[in-house]
Design a protein around this ligand. Structure first.
Ligand code: GLA
Length: 679
């Protein structure tokens, strides 16, 4: 067991037909009965039935309560819970408990814990406290999964498998010697020869040429300026190393069970811990954990972005599953405020609107003890007399009322935003022209403008098929490979509209600058290019001739076939283009060289919609969210009023939550959701 674990990833299987774990839209949450005495379990299932719970994720952190010492297992309590749930008609999403190795294992093998970049080995006590390249961890984890899967794999209540928990959350990167060996092997597979690697990484700089594989280590240490190409490959390796653990567990499960296998992603806006787009084809259904951030004034829009991104990575294999969200305050933010009245239902149904066929929470019953003792739950500390409980029961009723929506798809979007974690990893790291820029704000800026106008937008990964989109937005996509660059280049040439923002296409997939002027990969199609970056200093703003101003980033842009739509009016860039547009046949290519203010983004977006003819789902004020789900012979219009005012929206049909007919408009009181089966 001294060899490291190789992160070699087989090609994903062809998508198989999926049997959804429950009828209708699944409802439930993480269930941790091991934290409670037996009497409580009976109350749990009674209240689950009252709330309409149909699916629970069981055993996520139960390794140590089952395998109490090396090879000694007590399944009795889990057997009992499985039968109790089954007897009450509640389906089980059974977890492999490999996120949290038991204390006896961490004590016997402290070397399984991950090592941080500065060499510090994580002590026991956290979660995901294991290194994916560690063969000892792998051995014990798979041994336990084998026992678990052979025991419950054919149980009729087990309808889904939940591998580990948020893989990469807590052990996103490990820099130990085994990880170093794993990284070298991964690099050998990728490059074949050291010569190729030296060229790809540009190791001539600072004399860092590698003469043997053994000289290569992960980007350890605190000097903050590792080779950017090495850095990016280490991120990719780390994602694959974690994926290989998922795949190893999945392989064991599938020998004992036909139930679908997944794991819970952490998809939001910005760069993610691993490259979920490459993981998604290895899951039977993509599942997400999503938590809104209390201090985000547009948290509903961020939620919508995450939902659209889930749809983007589950292309052709929809629906997806919301594996976790919260009924109220989480406990890991700075100031963990409760949700506002009605927000639980709005959040849950917003995920359903965007393609989720199940909404689950962390967790069923609030924990009295342990690190998460102040985290909200479906059944909070204050019990059934709480507002949360009332809203949880109400949501269960609403999900039953819209059960017929299950299995339909979100209607095809005509707009897409391209995201790639490699770009996010590269942008947030190293000696960049502006070291404070992150992947996320610019993605959300364009999505927000479309969301405010009730325009559906897919958030798609780098290998997505872009053919069907009339508008493709490419925000701060720093790193781009030739294939994606060519597919984006084709968008305006076939009559679509392409919008590219600053920093996109500056580097190739090796993270090497594309020479000839920025944005290298798109210069030609944009008919505009920049030769110098002018990041603005703290507090500094540059003004534009549309009356707005920008902070953080500006560029000296030159026209080469495009026309200036907006120009800079201050500083040494005054008179130069800030936003450009090039007519390409019937299509158009836009370049945006700075992070525009929301009102300026809105103005550009209005022009993009006018020139592409993309229609709004409904005409409503910002803050009213509208998405349509469609089936073979039916359609459902989801309307969510996130504002404090009443609005009416054009809709004709049967409103399913109130059971009333509406025509020609439906009224949305403040904070409400309406789901209209359209006529
Ligand atoms: C994550 C984890 C859960 C729980 C929640 C709390 O999503 O998967 O186990 O810790 O966070 O918000």
């Amino acid at each position: 067991m001294t060899e490291f674990v190789r992160a070699s990833i087989p090609p994903p299987p062809a998508p198989a037909p999926l049997t959804w774990p429950t009828d209708g839209i699944s409802y439930g949450g993480d269930y941790n009965p091991e934290q409670w005495p037996r009497e409580v379990w009976h109350e749990d299932v009674r209240l689950m039935r009252e709330a309409g719970v149909s699916l629970v994720s069981l055993g996520i952190f139960a390794w140590g309560t089952v395998e109490t010492s090396d090879g000694v297992r007590d399944w009795s309590w889990l057997d009992e819970v499985v039968e109790l749930l089954h007897g009450n008609g509640i389906a089980i999403d059974l977890a492999t408990p490999t996120a949290a190795p038991p204390s006896w294992l961490l004590t016997a093998h402290p070397e399984i814990a991950p090592v941080l970049a500065d060499g510090y080995r994580e002590p026991p006590g956290g979660r995901n406290a294991w290194c994916p390249a560690n063969p000892v961890y792998r051995h014990y984890a798979l041994r336990h999964v084998e026992e678990l899967a052979s025991r419950y794999g054919r149980h009729p209540a087990v309808r889904l498998w939940h591998v580990g928990n948020e893989l990469g959350g807590g052990n996103m990167r490990c820099y130990c010697d085994l990880s170093a060996a794993g990284f070298r092997a991964w690099l050998e597979d990728r490059y074949g020869s050291l010569d190729a690697l030296n060229v790809a990484w540009g190791t001539a700089q600072w004399g860092h040429r590698f003469g043997t594989w053994e000289e290569i280590d992960p980007p350890r240490g605190r000097h903050g300026a590792p080779n950017p190409s090495m850095f990016l490959d280490f991120e990719r390796y780390s994602s694959d190393a974690l994926l290989s653990q998922y795949l190893a567990e999945k392989e064991v499960i599938e020998r004992h069970s036909d139930a679908p296998v997944t794991t819970n992603f952490m998809v939001g806006a910005g760069a993610q811990v691993v490259d979920y787009a490459s993981w998604a084809p290895h899951t039977a259904v993509v599942a997400n954990d999503h938590y809104t951030l209390v201090d985000d004034p547009y948290r509903e829009q961020e939620l919508a972005f995450a939902g659209d991104r889930m749809r983007g990575i589950s292309a052709g294999r929809r629906p997806w599953l919301l594996m976790e969200h919260s009924t109220g305050s989480p406990s890991w933010q700075q100031r963990n405020r409760a949700k506002d009245p009605g927000e639980i239902g709005r959040n849950a149904l917003a995920h359903v609107a965007r393609g989720a066929d199940g909404v689950l929470f962390f967790q069923w019953r609030a924990s009295r003890a342990g690190a998460e003792q102040f985290h909200s739950a479906m059944l909070p500390h204050s019990g059934t007399r709480s507002r949360i409980w009332r809203e949880v029961v109400e949501l269960g009723g609403h999900l039953r009322a819209i059960a017929e929506v299950a299995g339909t798809r979100v209607e095809p979007a005509r707009a897409a935003i391209v995201v790639d974690d490699a770009a996010g990893w590269a942008l947030g790291h190293g000696l960049k022209p502006h070291r404070g820029l992150r992947y996320g704000p610019e993605l959300r800026a364009w999505h927000r403008a479309l969301w405010d106008l009730q325009v559906l937008c897919d958030v798609v990964p780098r290998d997505a098929d872009l053919e069907g989109y009339d508008l493709v937005v490419v925000p701060t996509l720093l790193v781009v490979d030739e294939d994606l660059a060519a597919r984006l280049d084709a968008v305006p040439r076939r009559g679509g509209t392409l919008l590219v923002t600053y920093l996109s296409g500056a580097c190739d997939e090796r993270n090497q600058v594309i020479p000839g002027g920025f944005p290298g990969a798109f210069r030609e199609v944009l008919g505009a290019w920049a030769d110098e970056f002018y990041p603005l200093q703290v507090g500094e703003r540059a003004t534009l001739d549309d009356g707005s101003s920008v902070a953080d980033w500006t560029e000296r842009v030159h026209l080469d076939g495009a026309e200036a739509v907006v120009s800079y009016t201050s500083g040494s860039l005054a008179g130069g283009p800030a936003v450009t547009r090039r007519q390409v046949g019937r299509g158009a290519a836009w370049y945006v060289s700075a992070p525009l203010e929301p009102a300026a983004v809105d103005r550009v977006t209005a022009r993009l919609l006018a020139e592409t003819g993309i229609a709004r789902t409904v005409e409503a004020p910002p803050g009213v969210e509208a998405v349509r789900r469609v089936g073979d012979d039916r359609s459902y219009l989801f309307l969510l009023n996130h504002t404090g005012d009443e609005h009416t929206v054009a809709a004709t049909g049967t409103e399913l939550l109130t059971g009333t007919d509406v025509e020609p408009r439906v009224t949305l009181p403040p904070g409400t959701v309406r789901v209209v089966r359209e006529r």
